[in-house]
Write a protein that binds this ligand. Structure first.
Ligand code: TXA
Ligand code: MG
Length: 325
């Protein structure tokens, strides 16, 4: 199969909708990372997502809703969670917040990997919104990378990951946030963060207590598995690169948080944010990891970022990228 990469415009959006209606998959931009979409209510179409990504069937997908009404069609919001869900949707949708809620029958088992819940969100990206409007039904869309690899923040990354496996990639430019949506479970009317993302713990605090998913707990989201978002090159996380000494003959790259104080031992350097801005760092993270991964290095040395706000999402991705094997 040859893969077309086309700029998103009314003509190519109509082409995408046509493919989706025929039960095919299409890669699309969202405000977080690029997604690989298929008709969420068509199990055969959804199976093609798993096939293209080589994703194990135990890993459930996120469903993108055309509008708020679909939330009630696909989920059964428990009475004790209704007011919280209402407030969260009001505040954060459309936007990078995914809610895990009890699911209703129209959601095929394959979407939620047989779990009693389904993960839903409403994206703010104009291209995805246009596709959803015309398609008129929810789309299942996980990140458009092969399983366990770095999420794509640009259309070319999707091409690298999935060329020959999918018919169409719509190019909507680099994504706004750069890291995947925050995943929030709501049980017993209480919030629990399953994956840190652009909607931070601080953003959620006004809506109630937000305990983090306990470490060592059985993972509910593979985003919670120790090794994920992994470059092929080994990666090591350090407090500061200033003290780092490579082994003799070792070619090392540096993923620096802000302006690096040492450049000497590194053959390639990527800076996340010269001005030490977490938002900018998040948007650059995955592309920088990709460039370092493609540079033929023996080791990528990654500096820790401050663990506040969006820094929690960045540090999660760095820890998981560094935890290989
Ligand atoms: O920003 C995003 O969320 C992107 C864009 C494309 O929407 N999508 C994304 O999807 O990151 P994916 O499949 O790469 O990650 C979805 C995560 C997985 O780790 C999955 O296990 C979790 O959501 N998930 C899905 N359904 C779940 C459920 N019912 N309970 C717990 N976790 C769930
Ligand atoms: Mg993913």
């Amino acid at each position: 199969m040859s893969t077309l990469l086309l700029p998103a415009d009314p003509v190519t959006i109509a082409q995408a909708v046509d493919l989706l209606a025929r039960g095919d998959v299409v890669a699309l931009p969202t405000e977080t990372v690029y997604g690989l979409a298929a008709d969420a209510l068509n199990a055969n179409a959804v199976a093609k997502i798993f096939e293209a990504k080589e994703r194990p069937f135990f890993d459930p997908l996120i469903v993108h809703l055309p509008d708020r009404e679909w939330l009630d069609r696909l989920t059964q919001i428990p009475p004790d969670a209704a007011s919280l869900v209402e407030k969260l949707c009001e505040k954060f949708w459309p936007g990078p917040l995914t809610l895990v809620l009890p699911r209703r029958p129209p959601v095929p088992d394959i979407v939620s990997a047989g779990l009693p819940t389904v993960a839903v969100r409403m994206s703010s990206h104009a291209v995805l919104r246009a596709v959803l409007d015309q398609f008129g039904k929810p789309l299942a869309a996980p990140s458009a990378n092969r399983f366990g690899r770095i999420s794509p923040t640009a259309a070319e990354h999707v091409m690298t990951e999935l060329h020959g496996r999918i018919p169409l990639i719509l190019d909507g430019g680099p994504t706004l946030h750069g890291v995947e949506s925050t995943i929030l479970a709501i049980d017993g009317g209480r919030m629990r963060i399953l994956r840190n993302g652009p909607v931070t713990r601080e953003d959620l605090a006004p809506f109630g207590e937000v305990p983090d998913a306990a470490r060592g707990e059985k993972p509910q989201a593979p985003g919670q598995l120790e090794s994920h978002y992994a470059p092929r090159t080994p990666m090591q996380l350090v407090k500061s690169a200033a003290a780092f000494q490579p082994a003799p003959g070792q070619r090392c790259g540096l993923l620096a948080w802000s302006s690096p104080r040492t450049v000497a031992p590194f053959s390639k350097i990527e800076v996340l944010s010269e001005r030490a801005d977490l938002r900018e760092a998040a948007t650059r993270l995955f592309a920088a990891m990709r460039r370092l991964d493609e540079a033929g290095l023996d080791l990528i040395v990654a500096e820790e970022v401050p663990e506040t706000g969006l820094g929690c999402a960045i540090m999660d991705r760095l820890r998981k990228a560094a935890a290989r094997g």
